[in-house]
Structures are given as structure tokens and as C-alpha cells.
Write a new protein. Sequence first.
Length: 417
Amino acid sequence: MSLLSFGINHKTAPVAVRERVAFAPNQLDHALRLLTADADVLGAAILSTCNRTELYLSMDGPRIENILGWLADFHHMTSRELAPHVYAHMDQAAVRHVLRVASGLDSLILGESQILGQMKTAYTTARITGAIDTLLDRLFQHTFAVAKQVRTDTTIGSSPVSVAFAAVSLARQIFSTFAEHTALLIGAGETIELAARHLRQNGIGRMIVANRTLERAHLLASELGGYAISLDEIQNHLSEADIVISSTASPLPILGKGVVESAIKKRRHRPMFMVDIAVPRDIEPEVGDLPDVYLYTVDDLHDVIQENLRSRQEAAKQAEEIIDVQVATFMGWIQSLQGVATICACRAQAEGLRDLELERAQRMLAAGRDPNEVLRLFARALTNKFLHNPCSQLRQAAYEGRADVIAVAQELFGIEE
């Protein structure tokens, strides 16, 4: 039995290839059933995200070329098209890869935590489909425990390395609590949406979303419990905002020094934290000269992100050490399985001998033989039967000078030399 981790990711394939190989959620059940229909595939799970598509398989033999062909065929590609972009990890390397992926060590953003949730979803889907066997089940349970340990024992996820997260983290340095404050988000793209989610998670009191397209602003605001306005209405609401985060595609600044200065006067000089993520800038640089305004640009955030990324890289070294230990632990469990069949056979053989001698003893008792004599005969016969084959093999090993067999026997039977 072998473990295989097979797939592509952001390091090995461009987005054009990743898009073609991605599995839609409604394809997973069918794909898993097709995979496990192969007699050599004992268990399967599929992880498919924007940055990676991976198959996790337990197999009766490695047959990597067949898996490549299956993945290519499923997505209407040729093996030749797909082969330059795939990787395959077997057994111990497969275990290490899965642990690293779940811990965020193989992600585009080092240490990101979203991948663990995606992996749990992949496991649940495969389990519901009936595609998870004992080996994969144990691997996933071990993986989830290790990923949790990495999060608990290292600081790999504590430092923000996305622009949106960094912006919100800087805001927390100005305002110790968000509950009584208002945030104005200008724009409605991916970065603003992510910033809005971080603000909400941190308990922001009120949120205003301003966008050129009011419908898009309404969509985001309604999803996150905010209030939508158009860009033309910003001047009327700016004084309400303690936090301003802006990221639009406007070629000209949206907020000038005069507008912000008026808002600060209405606020009676209560501080205003502003982050301009846009390129070109949405907020005139001169706004940063105003008292009570804390203005940060995308370059300022870049410095924060780089510093935090260095912190995550140090934590990643600790995480790799944890994974080294946990890979060895899992491989030890797999190796222990190799003895299970022998142990079962040994017990079955011993129980067979016991039953034969027990039946013989019962016949002697039924014939009226003395019970004590029957017990002595039973014990002697059972002992002789149990030890006959081991003793014969040990005599032969001694005759052949095989000291290794003698040493193993001493270890098995707990005999001191």
C-alpha cells in the first residue's frame, strides 16, 4: 500500500493551466467515484483551490502515469500538456507535503490559514462520497492535529502579510477597540472586501461603503452589515469616519486636503486613520500633513508586510521542525501496520492449537480420566505445540550461524542473553 500526493500549484503551473485543472464543487463526487473505481486506488480525496489542485491517494502500487492520464482526461487535456506542471510525492514525501500544505508552508502567502479549512472540506466531501479508506482517514486526522499544533506552538499566523490585514492591524494601533468607531471603505473590489471582513471580525461598530457603482456598494454593504453611498456622497459622511481605507481604480485623487481638513474640523480634531491602497493614489499626499490625520500608503504597508513576512519565515523554520517529528510519527504508525497481518496469523495459529488440545482434553475428561492428569497432559501438549516450530527454527539458525535470528528471538520472548 502506498500514499501519493499528486497535483499542480501556483509554483508549477500558470493560472491558465490551474483554471483548466480545477474541480468545480459539483464535479467532486463524480470525480472521486471515478478515481476509486480503479481497483488499485484504495482511497482518494481532492483538494481544489485557486492556487492548487491536488489528489491524495492510497494505492496498491504507485502507477503515477495512470493518475496523470486520468487527471488529464477528466479535464479534456492531454498528458503531454499537463506533465510539465505536475508533481508527485510518494509515501513519506507525500505525508510531509500534506502536512506542509495544511500548515500554510506551501501557500502563496506563507502561513495563511484558509487552506486548512479548504483541506477539511476536501476530507469531508471524500468521506461523504465513501472515498476515504483507513489510511487516508488516519492521514487527514493526523494532518489536522499537526496544523493546529503549528498554529499553537509558532507565530506563523500572527503577523499580517496581506495589504487588507495590514491596514486593519495598523488601525488597531490607533484605536484599541473598534466597537465605538466607524469605518469608511472607498471602493468595492477584492482588497476592500477583504478589509471589510477583517474589520467586521474585529468588531467594528459601523461601516460605510462608498463606490462609483452604488449597486456594487449595496451588495458588499448588505453582506457585511454596512451602509452604502456613492462616491459623490463621501464629503457628507467623511466626518463620521474614524477609519478610512481606499482602493479604487480612479486616475485622479478622490479625497483632497481641503475636504479632509473640513471633516477634521467637524470631528473637533478627533484622530482619523487613513490608508490609501490605490495606485495611483486616491488620497492627496498633502492630507498626511494635517494634524490628527494618520495617513498610510501602500508603500508603508509594504514595509509592514515585509517585516511580518520575515517574522513568519522564522516561525516557518519552527513549523518545519514540528513537521519533521510528525512525519516520523506517522510513518512509524504505517510501519506498525506491516506487523498486523503477522500478529493476526500468529494469534490464529495459536488459537487453533489451543482449540485442538482443549478438545482432546475434554474427550479425556468425558472418558473419566483423572482431571489433574488431564490438566498436566493438556499443559505439556500445548507448550510443546506452541514451541515446536520456533525451537526447530532456532536450532537451524544456530546450526547455520545466524546470530541475527537468535537475537530477534531473545527480543521477542524477552530472554536475557
